[in-house]
Design a protein around this ligand. Structure first.
Ligand code: AHR
Length: 636
């Protein structure tokens, strides 16, 4: 400062402050949108859902069954999630019995040998559910089981819902008619004005000495659309809010299994539950297969989604392989049967079986995916396996679009499934990935994608990455026909998660959407049907946008993502456009990248709706730091 006058020092100080201030604001960026210049169509099926049995997505998740291990699978510890109950002076023992079961599929059972019991001192078995049995006041629960006894003298079975904390019986029913042969028994349990809680268990007990065998013990709360064997209401509602156009099922790794015998063998997942043997999934827990092929289709029907059916293509994760050619033929036939089950009339073999299973109406099917992530096949047989499936399926169903799970050299598939699991920084970069992609190649299905920061569910940095990435997908949705975030669901109870960063979290009682979930809701709700010519100037590398329109609704949807902590001024020019002076603003912001929602704080970060005024063909808009926004502009 030596040699400077006081005035010079003040001037220097002023320049420094103003420089700092300008840096903290960043100069205004200019976005020019030509509302009268459509560029390309936006795929109406762009946003959908990808699903598989992972993170207790179905059992202990979407599939509303409350009884865990209802078919009494056993291991060295005994029969997990089932415990012996000896009330008062009752004496009994329980053990798995592989000598008797209610069906060909369920050949074993749980054997309860009661040495001593009376009606006041009952003996039985209890189930602790999936991290508890959630109960609500004034609610009816539908239960059932298969049972047989060594003699009818065993008397009635009592089914009770019991509070873990107080020991109080919250609902009870008596089921008589157990005989010496296997029979199905149904009951209902109704709660009264109890306190909602998950710290409860289900107890089945008897009041006489004797032997009782049990299997397929089931208990359902009310389900979405009251479907029998249906889905959990809160999770279905959360998915409905995402306006999904399709459901990709049954996986993912879950389609393939670790071994061929552990694949999603669809024929073993249809029909009465007692005819479903259950199977071990690749995420290393037993799947009840209660959510089987027809239940996936019912889920599609309930949320008005089209099915994207993935068929097993002869490769399992531990490198089990079915060689293309003769060996693969039965698997190709299995896929043809599966497609017939989904789409065939009741005059076809598998269409008639679907009708017998309760759904005479065929389902509309456009896309079939051949396998999953076959790039992991170290023998490199996918080109040939895909070609064999392609030939057989196209011969019978020429209109089906067949998705390949990796890029092919020898032929052009109808659609190619690309997967992305990345950090936020890469999502920002990849937002431009498809801008220059070959338009003469296959259409693209981004069958799995996610920005993976945050566990069990993604944090706001992930949501920013996702939103940036979605702007790129929308801009390129002439090429990208469909896209789905994965994984969709996670049970956040201890031990429930196998894969970090999942869109929707839940425990037995409650569920919540991550910031990434809300970003999806925002983008899918305001999709538009075509993109518009536009240009962004003067923006930094962390500003992303997408502009689409819907001519019939006379709406323009501007999505802007500011992934920087610094607010961003935006001059928005729409030369020649006639716009209403007010627009809808949907805005989601967070104080930092690590901010998130959780089961205990489910709505910390949610989109907020407000009205934007002063809208014209040239207006100023200021984006906060860390912001995802949709502006719905009304054309006049
Ligand atoms: O989404 C989790 C897994 O990631 C899927 O099962 C698999 O397809 C991918 O590798």
């Amino acid at each position: 400062m030596r040699g400077k006058t006081f005035a010079q020092i003040i001037a220097l100080f002023a320049i420094t402050v103003s420089t700092l201030f300008t840096c903290a604001q960043t100069p205004p960026a200019v976005l020019t949108i030509h509302a009268d210049q459509p560029v390309s169509a936006v795929s109406p099926t762009l946003y959908g859902l990808m699903t598989e049995e992972i993170n207790f997505s179905y059992d202990g998740g979407l599939y509303a069954e409350l009884v865990r291990n209802r078919t009494f699978q056993s291991d060295w510890t005994g029969v997990p999630y089932w415990y012996l109950y000896e009330g008062g002076s009752a004496v009994a023992k329980m053990q798995p019995d592989d000598q008797t079961g209610p069906s060909e599929a369920l050949k074993s059972s749980l054997k309860l040998e009661v040495e001593q019991a009376d009606m006041k001192n009952q003996a039985g078995v209890l189930n602790v559910g999936y991290w508890g049995v959630p109960l609500h006041p004034d609610t009816t629960y539908k239960g059932s089981f298969y049972a047989k006894a060594d003699s009818a003298d065993i008397g009635p079975v009592t089914a009770s819902l019991v509070s873990d904390e107080t020991g109080k019986v919250l609902a009870t029913a008596t089921i008589s008619g157990v005989t010496t042969s296997w029979k199905h028994h149904a009951f209902t349990l109704k709660t009264d004005s109890i306190q909602a809680s998950a710290t409860n268990h289900l107890l089945l007990s008897v009041g006489h000495a004797g032997t009782l065998w049990l299997n397929l013990v089931s208990l359902f709360p009310p389900t979405y659309h009251d479907r029998v064997n249906g889905n959990r209401i809160d999770l279905m509602e959360k998915m409905a809010a995402m306006h999904p156009a399709f459901l990709r099922f049954p996986g993912g790794n879950y389609l393939e299994g670790d071994h061929i015998s552990e694949r999603f063998d669809w024929k073993k997942t249809i029909g009465p539950l007692v005819d479903r043997p259950t199977h071990l999934g690749p995420w290393r827990y037993q799947s009840s297969d209660g959510l089987g092929l027809l239940e996936f289709l019912g889920w599609c029907e309930d949320l008005k989604m089209q099915p994207v059916l993935a068929v097993y293509a002869g490769f399992s994760l531990m490198q089990d392989l079915v060689k293309p050619g003769h060996d693969l033929e039965p698997y190709v036939q299995d896929a043809l049967d599966e497609i017939e089950y989904v789409t065939g009339g009741t005059d076809t073999k598998w269409g008639a079986i679907r009708a017998q299973n309760g759904h005479p109406e065929p389902f509309k099917l456009t896309y079939v995916e051949i396998g999953n992530e076959d790039t992991f096949d170290r023998a490199h047989t996918y080109e040939d396996r895909y070609a064999q499936f392609y030939k057989a399926i196209k011969a019978k169903y020429p209109d089906l679009q067949l998705i390949a799970t990796m890029p092919l050299k020898n032929m052009k598939p109808d659609v190619q499934d690309d997967h992305y699991y990345v950090r936020a920084k890469q999502s920002f970069k990849e937002a431009a990935h498809y801008d220059k992609a070959d338009r003469n190649g296959p259409k693209i299905f981004i069958g799995e994608w996610a920005t993976r920061e945050g566990a069990p569910t993604p944090n706001f940095n992930s949501a920013l990455g996702d939103a940036a990435w979605m702007t790129g997908m929308e801009r390129n949705s002439d090429l990208i026909v469909m896209a789905a975030y994965a994984p969709l669901l996670v049970n956040v109870s201890p031990g429930g998660m196998q894969w970090e960063s999942d869109l929707i979290g839940y425990n037995a009682m409650n569920s919540y959407g991550s910031p990434s979930y809300y970003a999806q809701v925002m983008f899918a709700t305001y999709l538009g049907d075509h993109t518009l010519a536009s240009k962004l100037e003067g923006a930094g590398p962390k500003l992303f946008y997408s502009i689409t329109g819907n001519a019939t609704k006379k709406k323009l949807y501007l999505k802007v993502v500011n992934a920087s902590s610094i607010p961003q001024s935006l001059e928005i020019n729409l030369p020649g456009a006639k716009l209403a002076a007010t627009a809808k603003l949907v805005s989601m912001t967070a104080p930092g990248t690590q901010s998130t929602n959780s089961i205990d704080d489910p709505r910390r970060i949610v989109p907020i709706e407000s009205t934007l005024s002063g809208v014209s063909s040239k207006f100023q808009h200021k984006l906060p730091g860390y912001a995802i926004q949709v502006i719905e502009l009304n054309q006049q």
